[in-house]
Write a protein that binds this ligand. Structure first.
Ligand SMILES: Nc1ncnc2c1ncn2[C@@H]1O[C@H](COP(=O)(O)OP(=O)(O)OP(=O)(O)O)[C@@H](O)[C@H]1O
Ligand SMILES: [Mg+2]
Length: 231
């Protein structure tokens, strides 16, 4: 389980995260939702250690990881797929995945075959450059890269943004298997409510840097969606 306790973060004078307290239960997907600019990506970057916290604590399965640098968080089993994918365009698909393996303790091992059971297309494209893939394939590659070290917690930032519907469906199926078959904990940022409902058990809605509502996905009412998510 991932616990966030009273997280605060600021860019200069502007406060971005306000007392964020939230739990992502083990072995299920929790979806963080909220309009543009409310602080979703900032929260994920703080969880991964890519941005410093002003105050608060982050616990992974009970261990305080708040002071660890990003590479130690990765080594502790946290995988991260950033918003906008950020695959290496000049590296091949295989090299993109190997970069993630090299970061692993005793790295340089073979790419674990289970990755290709989620996204078989990548196996056919191992020699292709990341930059030559479609947007949807790049997203699948970014997820595969995060999976390579076999994380226990996978964090995804808007994986369906600008992606064609058939690949969105493949990503949804993959996320459901991460939790159901692999027992992974997934923390997802997603603005599309139908996608979120299809993969997540729990939700949290952010507004102006704080948690405005949270609960089980089954209890997410149309009124709440209207109040916090509709444009
Ligand atoms: N490097 C930065 N320096 C200063 N302000 C920033 C920086 N990055 C983000 N912000 C501001 O912090 C706020 C939260 O941004 P963040 O990217 O976390 O939002 P978000 O919910 O992920 O938005 P989106 O849905 O568009 O991805 C925004 O007002 C943004 O302008
Ligand atoms: Mg964002």
């Amino acid at each position: 389980m991932l616990s966030m306790e009273n997280l605060n973060q600021s860019y200069g004078e502007s406060r971005i995260l306000r007392d964020v307290t939230l739990r992502a239960r083990r072995g299920v997907c929790t979806c963080i939702m909220g309009r543009n600019g409310v602080g979703k990506t900032t929260l994920l970057q703080c969880i991964m250690g890519l941005l410093p916290l002003r105050s608060g604590r982050i616990l992974l399965d009970g261990a305080d990881i708040s002071a660890l640098p990003p590479e130690k968080r990765a080594a502790a089993g946290m995988g991260y797929v950033p918003q906008g994918r950020q695959v290496f365009p000049m590296l091949t698909v295989e090299e993109n995945i190997r970069v993630a393996l090299a970061a692993r303790r005793g790295g340089g091992r073979d790419i674990p075959p289970f990755i290709f059971t989620f996204f078989p297309v990548l196996k056919e494209m191992l020699r292709r450059r990341g930059g030559d893939l479609s947007g949807g394939q790049q997203q699948q590659l970014a997820i595969a890269r995060a999976l390579a070290p076999d994380p226990r917690l996978l964090i995804l930032d808007e994986p369906t943004e600008g992606i064609q519907p058939n690949i969105v469906r493949e990503i949804a199926a993959a996320v459901r298997r991460f939790t159901a078959e692999m027992g992974m904990t997934v923390l997802l940022v997603e603005q599309k409510v139908p996608f979120a409902r299809g993969v997540a058990s729990d939700y949290a809605i952010m507004e102006r840097g704080g948690i405005a509502a949270a609960g089980s996905m089954a209890g997410l009412t149309p009124d709440t969606v209207k109040a916090f998510l509709s444009v």
